[in-house]
Structure formats: structure tokens, C-alpha cells
Ligand binder design. Structure first.
Ligand code: SF4
Ligand code: SF4
Length: 496
């Protein structure tokens, strides 16, 4: 039986992938363009400059202000030093960054995408290189459509070399966050840096070159998950770049407007908003995932409006609620009312709460810690005179930038004597002196010997008391193991 035409599969399925249409955004100028330049400059200066900032941490720690020291498993950020067991601080900062993005998105839409995202910054930089080498939009289109010849090949090779140079200087600079930057730079150019430094530079140079130079808006539209997440973050109060169709439509050129039977809208259909768009979309078709809210179309449209003597703001930052208000002839709400609303205040409160909690924990954290592991096999050793010995591994962590001299004692342990495996058992004493080097951990294998008459299973506490003026003793309770007293008696009776 033949299927009806309506449910017959099409002869040729629609392609899953659309071929990319190259985007050659036109040069524009205006407040948002200048703001983008400023943000790009600030982002690049921070990115390039940060590894070269110095921070004096004394003779025992590196002097790089921001350093991920993988070799010694430390993260330094100015006065803050994070140890591996304190990774929750880094997790807290990442959570703050995430909530900060939620806050920014719910308040001003995709501002991150439009101004500060590295993909945006790099793409913007490369598009500027295109304009410097190939010329503006029309010249780029002509060159793109021109057949390959010696001149086009040379021009392309030159441009790609510039791309590679930028990729090397930007992507490659990432390695300086992972080692002392001046030293690594010397080693890098003399060929004595670790192979991983060259490999990382190569990978980051290539990804920057490829993503910024060739993939461009496709990263934002198809690869990056953030635009999808943002769709859930935006609401009717979020600022987005909006074409005010109630003002612009019906659109038509000035020539068409002259011959029209009814007055046309403000949009003169000059396509300048499309020409400058770095993702190649037409904002007049409404909000779309390809819009990174860079606001360059606002600059372009304002110029077009100026040229025909119409009010600016045909394309503008606007919320859905304000768009409805304006479309019905009412004034938009004040900007502060839009920005300060329960949702943004709630995000800010969570963000600030986490920040305050992290600061409190940073201020309250101990810079000297002790942990104790009791040896379990055997749990105790009975010495010839009846005394009982337990063995412990004591880890002392000194997170300060100077050595700490400590006195270790066993509290609640009458008659106990301590010695380490670096000492003879005959040298056991009531307290043990240990020095922990700056910014490091010292592991001490330690024996506690208790005379026969005191030996019974019970809890006691190791106390590590700094002998310097700073003080700040740390304690860790553990268990002393010994034969049960009745066993002891039984054994005693048996031997009698
Ligand atoms: S539509 Fe306007 S705001 Fe959106 S990406 Fe294009 S130029 Fe930027
Ligand atoms: S730039 Fe403004 S006037 Fe020109 S087409 Fe775009 S919306 Fe219309």
C-alpha cells in the first residue's frame, strides 16, 4: 500500500549543517564601539600584565603576584596563598564568577559575550586586522570573491602570519601564569624551558589562531553553551539590544518614503546595522541567539538617524516590558528601576554572601595545622619492662612564609615520653622539638612510650606549641592503645 504524499519522506533530507556565509563587518564608530575598544584594552592589559606583577612573600615563597604553582601545588593571588586542601576557596571563587555572570546576564543581558568574552575580544582584534590589511567590508568581499593568484596568496599569507603573531602573543602568554614569568621567558627563548611550556604555547597559539581567525561567530552561535544557558537567565526585565519595530516599520528608503501612499517608519532600510554586525545577523528580525549584544548596530543606526535628522535610539538597549510600554506610547521605566529588582538583588545578595563567607574563612583559617595517623599494625608494642609504646605519623603543615619551631607534647598522658625515628629510644623526653620549614609540611614518625602502671587504652591529645612570639598552638586528639587492665592483671596472675 502506498503512503499518502503528506507522510512520504522527502527524497533528499535537509542538510544538518549550513555552509558558513563569511561575515565582513564594516568599520563603525560611536560610544559603544569606543567602549568596546576600552574593554578590549583593559582585558588585554590585565591578561598580559598580571603574570609580571611582583608580590613580596619573603625568602621562602615565589614573588609572582598571581601564580598557579603546579610543581609545589600552591595557588598564589597577591596576599592569598591557597594550599591543595583549601581548594574550596578556588571553588568558592568559581561559584562567585558563575553567579556574577548570572547577575550580569539578568541585569544587562549578554554583556559578557558582547564585551569581555575572550572569543569576542580575539575575534574583534582579528576583524580589525582584516580591515587594516584587506580594507573595509566591500574590499574584503571583493578579495574573498577574487580568484586565487599571486597577489591574493601573498596578502592572505601576510594576514595569516599576523594572525599567528597575535595568537602566539595572546594564547601563548597563558603559560606565564604557571611559572615565574621572567625566568620562564628567558628559558623559553633559550630553549631550556620544560617541553610542556612549548606544547602548551603551541596548542594555545593554534586554538587562538583557529577560533579567532577562522571560526569566529560560529563559536558563539554553534559551539559555546553559554548562549543556551543565558536564554534561561534572561527575563522580560533583562536589557537586550532591541530594534524598535513600532517606530521603524514599515521600513523603506528615503526614495521609497517619498512615493509612499502612507508615511513610512523611521527605518530607512540602509542595512548599516547588518553591515557592522560581527555575527552577520539582522537585528530587525527580532532577538536571536546570534546576537552577542555588542551594540555596534546601535552606533551604526544612531549615525543613520543623525544623517536623516531623526531621533537616535531606533535600535537601543531595552527590556521586553519597556518595549511593550513604548510600543503602546507610554514612557520606558527609569534605568535604576530596571536594574534594581528582586532577581538582581537576590543574585547580588548570594554573590556578596559567598564573597563575605570566603573572606571570613580566609581571615580565620589556621596557618599551622596538625594531623595524626596512628599505626595500626601492631597497635601497640609491650616493651621488656612492661612499658607500652605506640607509633604515630604526625603531619605538621606550616603555611606561613617563615620556619616555625614547635614543641610537641602529649596532653592527658601521665608519664609519657616521646621520641622520633631520628632519635635513639633512650633519648625519649616529655616533649619533642621540631622545626617545620616555611611554606611546607613536615612528617614526623613519632613514638609515645608509657610506663606499665599508666598504660591503658585512652584518648590523649598531641599539642604542637610554637616557641616563637606568635604562638597559636594546634592540637589533635587521638587514641593510645594498650592491653586492657584486666588482661594485664590476668597475664600478671598467670606469670605468678
Ligand atoms: S545585532 Fe547588533 S548587538 Fe547583536 S551582535 Fe549584531 S551588532 Fe551586535
Ligand atoms: S541602521 Fe537603522 S535605519 Fe538603517 S537599516 Fe538598520 S535599523 Fe534601519
Amino acid at each position: 500500500m502506498n503512503a499518502p504524499d503528506s507522510i512520504k519522506p522527502p527524497n533528499k533530507p535537509a542538510p544538518l549543517y549550513a555552509k558558513r556565509t563569511a561575515v565582513f563587518p564594516k568599520k563603525t564608530d560611536g560610544p559603544f564601539r569606543r567602549f568596546k575598544w576600552a574593554v578590549m584594552a583593559v582585558c588585554l592589559i590585565i591578561y598580559w600584565g598580571t603574570p609580571w606583577l611582583r608580590w613580596d612573600r619573603g625568602p621562602f615563597a615565589p614573588h609572582q603576584a598571581v601564580l598557579v604553582d603546579l610543581e609545589h601545588r600552591r595557588f598564589y593571588m597577591f596576599a592569598i596563598e591557597i594550599w591543595p586542601q583549601e581548594f574550596y576557596f578556588v571553588a568558592g571563587m568559581l561559584i562567585m564568577a558563575g553567579i556574577g555572570l548570572f547577575l550580569v546576564t539578568s541585569a544587562v543581558g549578554r554583556a559578557w559575550c558582547g564585551y569581555a568574552c575572550p572569543q569576542t575580544v580575539w575575534t574583534d582584534l582579528y576583524q580589525h586586522v582584516d580591515r587594516l590589511i584587506d580594507g573595509d567590508r566591500n574590499a574584503q568581499t571583493r578579495l574573498q570573491n577574487a580568484p586565487w593568484g599571486a597577489a591574493k596568496t601573498m596578502q592572505r599569507l601576510f594576514k595569516w602570519t599576523v594572525y599567528l603573531g597575535i595568537a602566539f602573543c595572546t594564547g601563548g602568554a597563558w603559560i606565564f601564569y604557571f611559572a615565574d614569568a621572567p625566568t620562564l621567558q628567558r628559558q623559553f627563548w633559550t630553549g631550556t624551558a620544560a617541553p610542556v611550556a612549548y606544547a602548551a604555547t603551541g596548542i594555545l597559539t593554534f586554538t587562538t589562531f583557529w577560533l579567532g581567525g577562522f571560526m569566529r561567530e560560529q563559536v558563539c552561535i554553534y559551539m559555546c553553551p553559554w548562549p543556551r544557558i543565558q536564554t534561561a537567565m534572561l527575563d522580560e526585565n533583562s536589557l537586550t539590544v532591541t530594534y524598535k519595530h513600532w517606530r521603524g516599520e514599515p521600513r523603506g528608503s528615503l526614495k521609497e518614503a517619498k512615493g509612499a501612499a502612507t508615511p513610512l517608519g523611521d527605518c530607512i532600510d540602509c542595512h548599516q546595522c547588518v553591515a557592522v554586525c560581527p555575527t552577520g545577523i539582522d537585528i530587525r528580525e527580532g532577538a536571536q541567539i546570534g546576537c552577542i549584544t555588542c551594540a555596534l548596530c546601535i552606533d551604526a543606526c544612531d549615525k543613520a538617524m543623525d544623517s536623516v535628522g531623526r531621533p537616535r535610539g531606533l535600535i537601543d538597549y531595552c527590556t521586553l516590558i519597556d518595549a511593550d510600554l513604548e510600543a503602546s506610547g507610554k514612557p520606558a521605566r527609569p534605568a535604576l528601576k530596571v536594574l534594581f529588582r528582586p532577581r538582581t538583588i537576590a543574585y547580588f545578595a548570594i554573590w556578596g554572601g559567598i564573597g563575605a563567607a570566603l573572606l571570613f574563612m580566609l581571615g580565620a583559617r589556621e596557618r599551622l595545622t596538625i594531623s595524626v595517623a596512628r599505626e595500626r599494625n601492631p597497635e601497640f608494642v609491650q616493651l621488656s619492662g612492661g612499658a607500652v609504646r605506640n607509633a604515630f605519623t604526625v603531619n605538621l603543615r606550616n603555611m606561613q612564609d617563615r620556619p616555625r619551631a614547635l614543641r610537641i607534647t602529649a596532653e592527658n598522658m601521665r608519664g609519657a615520653a616521646l621520641y622520633s625515628d631520628e632519635m635513639a629510644s633512650g633519648a625519649a623526653q616529655r616533649e619533642l622539638a621540631v622545626t617545620v620549614p616555611a611554606d611546607s609540611m613536615r612528617r614526623v614518625r613519632l613514638y609515645v612510650v608509657v610506663p606499665a602502671e599508666q598504660a591503658r587504652p585512652h584518648a590523649f591529645t598531641f599539642v604542637a606549641q610554637p616557641t616563637d612570639s606568635v604562638g597559636g598552638a594546634v592540637r589533635r586528639e587521638t587514641q593510645f592503645m594498650a592491653p586492657e587492665p584486666e588482661h594485664h592483671d590476668d597475664k600478671h596472675e598467670e606469670s605468678e
